[in-house]
Design a protein around this ligand. Structure first.
Ligand code: NAD
Ligand code: UPG
Length: 311
C-alpha cells in the first residue's frame, strides 16, 4: 500500500514507519520535526511540513494515512491547553479535510487511553464511558468524534487506536523526548546516576503509586500493520491497545533495577496534575478484530530501551 505516516519521525511513528517499510509498503513521512528527528527516518521520504499542510502532499494515489502527529504530554496539556486544541484538533481537522479533498479513504489514528479519564471500573473496554480529565485526552477524543462523523458521512475507513503506555525500543529507535517525562526512560536515567522522582505515593492503589498498562512499541507497530487489512469504508473502529496488566510506578522501578542490575535512587513527590490513579486495558476487541495480542512484556520493554541507550 502507499501510506503517509504523519508524525513518523517521532518515537512511535518511527517504529511504525520502519515496520511498514520492512513489510514492503511504500511509505512517506510527514512531520514538522517539532519533537521528532529526521535521522529516525533515514532511508524514507520525509516531507518536513505541519499536518495542516498535508494537502500539498496528498493525492488519490495514497491508500492510507497513519496519523501519529500530536502534542502528547498530559502535564503540558494541563498547563497549556491552547497548544493541545491547536495542534491536536485544529491541525488534525485540517489533515482529515485534506484527505477528503484528495480522495484518500483509509485512516489509522493514534488516540489514547487518556480519553477515558478516571474510569470507575477496570479493565477499560471501548464501551467504558469517555470522560477525559486533561486537555490532552479531550483533544484526542474530539478528533475521534470528528473521525466518526467523516466515516458516517464520507465513507472514511478508520481505526482509532487507544494506546495505553507505550514503552521499549526497536533497534536504535527509542524515546528521545526533551524534556523526557515518561516513566521508563526516566528510570533508566536514574539507573545511570540521575535522580528519579516518583510522582504520587498516595493513590488508592496497592502501594500508593499510580498504575499503568505498559505495551511494547513493536507490538503496537504490529497492530498498525494488521489494521491496514481491517479498514472498512464507512466504518470507524475504536480499539484499545494495551497489555491487560497493570503495574505500579514502584513495581516498574523494581523491574528496571532487576533488568539493569543497578539501583535507582528515588525521591517521593506530589502527584502530577492530571494523572489518573489507574489505567489498565481490556484488549479483547483488538484480538477479535485484528487477531492482535501483545507479545512482549514489561522486562523486554525495559531491556530493549536499555539496549538502545547503551548499544
Ligand atoms: N507515548 C505514549 O505512551 C502514547 C500513548 C498514547 C498515545 N500516544 C500517541 O501516539 C502518538 C505518537 O506519540 P510519541 O510518543 O511517538 O510522540 P513524539 O512526540 O515522539 O512523536 C510525535 C511526532 O509528531 C510530530 N508532530 C507533532 N505535531 C505535528 C504537526 N502539527 N505536524 C506535523 N508533525 C507533527 C513531531 O515532530 C513528532 O515527530 C501521539 O499522537 C500520541 O498522542 C502516545
Ligand atoms: O519521572 C517520572 C515519570 C512518570 N512518573 C509516573 O509514571 C506514570 C506514567 O507516566 P508517563 O510515562 O509520563 O505516562 P502517562 O502520563 O501515563 O502518559 C503516557 O501515556 C498516556 C496513556 O496512559 C498517553 O496518552 C500519553 O501520550 C503518554 O505520555 C504516571 O503515574 C507518572 O506520574 C513518575 O512517577 N516519574
Amino acid at each position: 500500500m502507499k501510506i503517509l505516516v504523519a508524525g513518523g519521525a517521532g518515537y512511535i511513528g518511527s517504529v511504525v514507519t520502519r515496520r511498514l517499510q520492512e513489510a514492503g509498503h511504500d511509505v512517506t513521512v510527514l512531520d514538522n520535526l517539532s519533537t521528532g528527528f529526521a535521522d529516525n527516518v533515514d532511508g524514507c521520504e520525509l516531507v518536513e511540513l505541519p499536518i495542516s499542510r498535508a494537502g500539498e502532499v496528498l493525492d488519490s494515489s495514497f491508500d492510507v494515512v497513519v496519523h501519529l502527529a500530536a502534542s502528547a504530554l498530559v502535564a503540558e496539556s494541563v498547563a497549556h491547553p491552547e497548544r493541545y486544541w491547536q495542534n491536536n484538533v485544529v491541525e488534525g481537522l485540517a489533515l482529515l479535510e485534506a484527505m477528503r479533498l484528495a480522495g484518500v479513504g483509509g485512516f489509522v489514528f493514534s488516540s489514547t487511553c487518556a480519553t477515558y479519564g478516571e474510569p470507575e471500573t477496570l479493565p477499560i473496554t471501548e464501551a467504558t464511558p469517555t470522560a477525559p480529565v486533561n486537555s490532552y485526552g479531550a483533544s484526542k477524543l474530539a478528533l475521534d468524534h470528528a473521525i466518526a462523523s467523516y466515516s458516517r458521512a464520507h465513507g472514511l475507513a478508520a481505526i482509532s487506536f487507544r494506546y495505553f503506555n507505550v514503552a521499549g525500543a526497536y533497534g536504535d529507535l527509542r524515546e528521545r523526548h526533551d524534556p523526557e517525562t515518561h516513566l521508563i526512560p526516566n528510570l533508566l536515567r536514574g539507573a545511570t546516576g540521575g535522580t528519579f522522582k516518583i510522582f504520587g505515593t498516595d493513590f488508592p492503589t496497592r502501594d500508593g503509586s499510580a498504575v499503568r498498562d505498559y505495551v511494547h512499541v513493536l507490538d503496537l507497530a504490529d497492530a498498525h500493520e494488521m489494521a491496514l487489512e481491517a479498514l472498512e469504508p464507512g466504518t470507524h473502529h475504536i480499539v484499545n491497545l494495551g497489555s491487560g496488566d497493570g503495574t505500579t510506578v514502584k513495581e516498574v522501578l523494581a523491574a528496571v533495577e532487576k533488568v539493569t542490575g543497578r539501583s535507582v535512587p528515588a525521591e517521593e513527590h506530589d502527584r502530577r496534575p492530571g494523572d489518573p490513579p489507574e489505567l489498565v486495558a481490556d484488549y479483547a476487541r483488538a484480538r477479535e478484530l485484528l487477531g492482535w495480542s501483545p507479545k512482549r512484556g514489561l522486562e523486554e520493554q525495559i531491556a530493549d530501551a536499555w539496549a538502545a541507550l547503551h548499544p
